[in-house]
Design a protein around this ligand. Structure first.
Ligand code: KIV
Ligand code: ZN
Length: 497
């Protein structure tokens, strides 16, 4: 019989740490419920001492979710653990994830300490956490660059102290798969008591090896994997849940199985991408737009003769429903509700009515409404409480003429107007905006998300604006790409502190 491989999802902790990916509590609950439907075993819901937002989210997710274990992150510090214990009070199954850096550079530069003292602190934290919960996971931060002999000493000590799960993070994404696999093997063979705990992988993708390293860990005895939806996470991201789940499903010979309902993978991916405003690269394995698109003539010919010639995964297995009803201006509320439910979004009647109204307006502008559009519409009320709103925008531009924009803003109920010319329509519109909001702000990044189908599609703009030494992230979506750009800029300004 195959061993169970536990899926520990850290989208709401490591994933949410990414600048620009922050969710509010309501959105986090939505993601957590979807993760429950997906079948994850553990949801890392946050780092409660880090902010009141994280603390509240752990409380609310604990209330909202039934089956998965809810996990809260801490440092190896008693006050962190106290706050995590409080935040987990409503969880039906709870885990504290505590730990400390174990590599020489962490010990020396981060803690100004020594190896023995680090073991003492690790042991004390695990013992302290065990006073409150039965399930304590220990992480040895930067284990990827910690020498195996010392790492084995740390792990042996925390197991004796009562750890139930031991996490071996490749925090910097440095390891080669052979190296990471050998590390897990070494621990399996040299740590006394290792059979009492579950060894966990936690790999970052700095060198593009997160999934390979995770699988090397599994092949050598790890039975929990720490992953995120779409592989989001610090810097180049974490191991992606969908990749590991489908590797395990496609390769039954590995001798492990997960509890993942793979047909919920795609809707979950879309939901996370949409709520976090984090586009999925088109060629991303499993969930990218092109993951199942066969464009070369030879491939198309083969797939038409027999789909298995070039496809190792049936798209339906990951929830890509090519027969889904195409929504148009003639679709009713029920069809919209149905599509939203398939994407994991449940709305109150009142909110559904509002989204339907916006849907009809959009359907007037573009022929077919796709899943991304529907998710953007469902999340559009994120801006209702914004102080600054775009009232109108008019732009003239073309080849051989200067672009001119006039724009109106509503700032806390007061109307303002300005006009400017610029080097292209976006430049003109932003210059007009800056005439009204005269602050020392600089556009740092400007990404227009690729339009998937048709010239009438909704354009999505991601922006980063620097103001007063801080970088703010904004998002805009509109069938008019200039308007989407201005909306994204205004979204940034609304976040200024
Ligand atoms: O990457 C890492 O080391 C982490 C730990 C806090 C688990 O995210
Ligand atoms: Zn991490």
């Amino acid at each position: 019989m195959a061993d169970r491989l536990f899926i520990f999802d850290t989208t709401l902790r490591d994933g949410e740490q990414v600048p620009g990916c922050q969710l509010n509590t309501v959105e986090k609950i939505q993601v957590a419920k979807q993760l429950e439907l997906l079948g994850v075993d553990v949801i890392e819901a946050g780092f409660p001492i880090s902010s009141p937002g994280d603390y509240n989210s752990v409380i609310e997710i604990s209330k909202a979710v039934t089956w998965p274990t809810i996990c809260a992150l801490t440092r190896a510090i008693q006050s962190d653990i106290d706050v995590a214990v409080e935040a987990l009070r409503y969880a039906k199954r709870k885990r504290i994830h505590t730990g400390i850096g174990t590599s020489d550079s962490h010990i020396k530069y981060k803690f100004n300490s020594n190896r023995d003292e680090i073991i003492e602190r690790a042991v004390a934290a695990v013992k302290y956490a065990r006073r409150f919960v039965d399930d304590v996971e220990f992480y040895a931060e930067d284990a990827g660059r910690t020498d195996n002999e010392y790492l084995a000493r740390v792990i042996e000590a925390v197991i004796k102290a009562g750890a139930t799960v031991v996490n071996i993070p490749d925090t910097t994404g440095y390891c080669l798969p052979s190296e990471y696999g050998a590390k897990i093997k070494y621990l399996m063979e040299h740590v006394s008591g290792i059979e009492k705990v579950i060894l966990s992988t936690h790999c970052h993708n700095d060198l593009g090896m997160a999934t390979a390293n995770t699988m090397a860990g599994v092949l050598n005895g790890a039975r929990q994997v720490e992953v995120t939806i779409n592989g989001i996470g610090e810097r180049a991201g974490n191991t992606s849940l969908e990749e590991v789940a489908m590797i395990v499903k496609c390769h039954s010979g590995l001798g492990v199985e997960t509890n993942i309902n793979t047909n919920k993978i795609y809707p979950t991916s879309r939901m996370v991408s949409s709520l976090m405003n984090m586009p999925v690269q088109p060629n991303k394995a499993i969930v990218g737009r092109n993951a199942f698109a066969h464009s070369s003539g030879i491939h198309q010919d083969g797939v038409l003769k027999n789909v298995q010639t070039y496809e190792i995964i049936d798209p339906h297995d990951v929830g890509i429903d090519d027969n889904s009803i195409v929504l148009t201006a003639r679709s009713g509320r029920a069809a919209l509700k149905n599509r939203l439910q398939a994407l994991g979004v449940e709305l109150s009647q009142e909110k559904l009515d509002k989204v339907y109204e916006d849907f009809l307006k959009l359907a007037d502008k573009k022929k077919d409404i796709n899943d991304d559009d529907v998710l953007v519409l469902a999340g559009a009320d994120r801006t209702v409480n914004h102080r600054i709103k775009l009232d109108y925008l008019q732009v003239t531009s073309g080849v051989g003429v200067q672009s001119v924009a006039s724009l109106g803003l509503n700032i806390s109920g007061e109307k303002f107007e300005a006009c400017a010319s610029g080097n292209g329509p976006v430049d003109a519109a932003i210059k007009a905006l800056k005439k009204i909001i005269d602050r020392n702000m600089t556009l740092k990044e400007f990404t227009i998300q690729a339009i998937s189908k048709g010239s009438d599609d909704m354009g999505k703009v991601h922006m980063q604006v620097e103001y007063d030494g801080q970088v703010y992230y904004g998002f805009g979506a509109n069938t008019d790409i200039i308007a989407a750009s201005v909306e994204a800029y205004i979204d940034c300004i609304n976040k200024f502190r």
